[in-house]
Design a protein around this ligand. Structure first.
Ligand code: ACO
Length: 425
């Protein structure tokens, strides 16, 4: 395979190195293109721009493949625990039982959150969105730990553990604090997922999480744990590339995730399904609205920048959805609407031609709701799942000593003109 590509423009030729990934993906290294030729590249929305080389997650959007550190997502979702997946993403290999116990002990030793931080909750109105609360609390952690930016191996590990150990508590504050409920304290003797449920739902010391709910949540957290250079992960890397500390970088990632075109879609999907139900359940009306270019409506939970085939996570979540609802004895009328929408879209030329399939957010909200999670907490659940991915991406960027992220632009504004005094305009 040639290791150079040639770009021709007028009578000039420019050689560009070809980079080949371990899965034989091909990239043109254009880092010297401007020096050689004066050209920059233009790619709005970074639709075809590789921002980094990464060894964390592989996905093939055409084939619907997703692997963390080489392990297929379906195997991890079926056989692994979320803590094991956190370890895998952070350190690159599945832990031995000794490594896992040591890792869990480190997390357990760092669950405590500065009590003063809870005072911030008083500053939020009761109807504040929980994503606003957790992004603020996350960046506030830098006032206590790691603001100075110790980027040594030990320093990076320390802040990673701090954030992983503390975000469950901060998230539970967003749920319980805004609702005026007593704040719960983390129970380090529980596994990560059971502790999360206990922080969210325990009203007294007798609380025991339902094993069906623990297992369902474990699967959802694993499915959300990383997704290579998506909007929020790229944000974390971009902010971190200025050597901002981990808490500030992840807080920015939480904000990026919040948007309805990204992780905020899980809340939007359930609200859309409820609206369709309230409107009489006419799914075709909404399929037609989504196709109408004069209507701003989009079918939320459908479409993906990278997947042009089934999102493998959506397949797993759809199967889990039926299973979990039946185990919990929950009958949710919007599940039927979701299935009808999916069926209609998958048989409609508009969606087929554009390769629009259900994404990870299409069915996840129905499960979260069955688990007792309020709708405005759905994107927080996504953030909790994605946290190890963000941290691993930030860690990889720091370890690789990547330069500050700073795209270029093609300027299309006014040419030079002289300042005109205000009275003369
Ligand atoms: N409903 C209707 N039409 C859609 C949808 C949708 N959900 N998604 C894409 N399209 C159409 C676009 O209108 C466009 O049509 P055109 O070619 O006629 O102009 C075409 O499909 C391509 O769509 P783009 O917006 O250009 O694709 P892009 O890669 O920029 O966007 C995105 C991907 C943001 C996910 C988009 O599909 C979308 O808005 N989906 C709904 C929101 C959603 O579910 N987001 C969660 C994504 S998963 C995640 O982030 C965790």
């Amino acid at each position: 395979m040639a290791n150079q590509a040639t770009l021709k423009y007028n009578d000039q030729s420019y050689e560009l190195p070809v980079v080949v990934g371990t899965e034989n993906e091909l990239a043109l290294d254009i880092s010297t293109l401007r020096d050689k030729s004066g050209f920059i590249t233009l790619d709005s929305g970074y639709k075809n721009t590789g921002a980094t080389k990464s060894a964390i997650t592989f996905l093939d959007g055409e084939l619907g493949v997703l692997r963390y550190r080489g392990y297929p997502i379906d195997q991890l979702a079926e056989k692994s625990t979320f803590t094991e997946v956190i370890y895998l993403l952070l350190y690159g290999s599945l832990p031995t039982s000794t490594e896992l116990s040591a890792f869990e002990a480190k997390l357990a030793a760092n669950v405590e959150v500065p009590a003063q931080l809870a005072k911030m909750l008083d500053a939020f109105p009761a109807d504040a969105h929980p994503m606003a609360v957790i992004s603020s609390l996350t960046t506030s952690l830098s006032a206590y730990y790691g603001a100075e930016g110790d980027f040594s191996k030990e320093g990076v590990d320390k802040v990673a553990i701090q954030l992983l150990a503390k975000l469950p508590t901060l998230s539970s504050w967003a749920l319980r604090g805004l609702a005026g409920k007593q704040l719960n304290v983390a129970n380090p003797s529980l596994d990560y997922t059971s502790n999360l449920l206990s922080l969210f739902f325990a009203e007294d010391s007798n609380y025991k999480p339902d094993p069906t709910i623990v297992q369902a949540l474990n699967t959802l957290l694993i499915l959300h744990a990383d997704h290579e250079q998506n909007c929020s992960a790229s944000t974390v890397r971009m902010v971190g590339s200025s050597r901002a500390n981990l808490f500030a970088s992840v807080s920015a990632g939480i904000s990026a995730l919040w948007g309805p075109l990204h992780g905020g879609a899980n809340q939007e999907v359930i609200e859309m399904l409820e609206a369709i139900k309230a409107d009489g359940g006419d799914t075709m009306k909404y399929i037609n609205k989504a196709k109408d270019k004069n209507d701003g409506f989009r079918l939320m939970g459908f479409g993906h920048r990278v997947y042009k085939n089934f999102d493998p996570r959506a397949r797993i979540i759809k199967a889990a959805c039926d299973n979990i609802l039946s185990k919990l004895g929950v009958s949710d009328p919007v599940l039927k609407i979701a299935k009808e929408l999916e069926e209609a879209a998958l048989n409609d030329p508009y969606f087929v031609e554009r390769k629009l399939y259900p994404n990870v957010d299409f069915y996840s909200g129905i499960i979260y709701r069955a688990l007792g999670i309020p709708v405005n907490m759905f994107t927080v659940m996504f953030a909790l799942g994605r946290l190890p991915g963000w941290i691993s991406q930030w860690k990889e960027m720091i370890e690789g000593k990547e330069p500050i992220g700073r795209p270029r632009q093609v300027y299309v504004g006014a040419l030079e003109r002289d300042y005109v005094a205000i009275g003369d305009r």
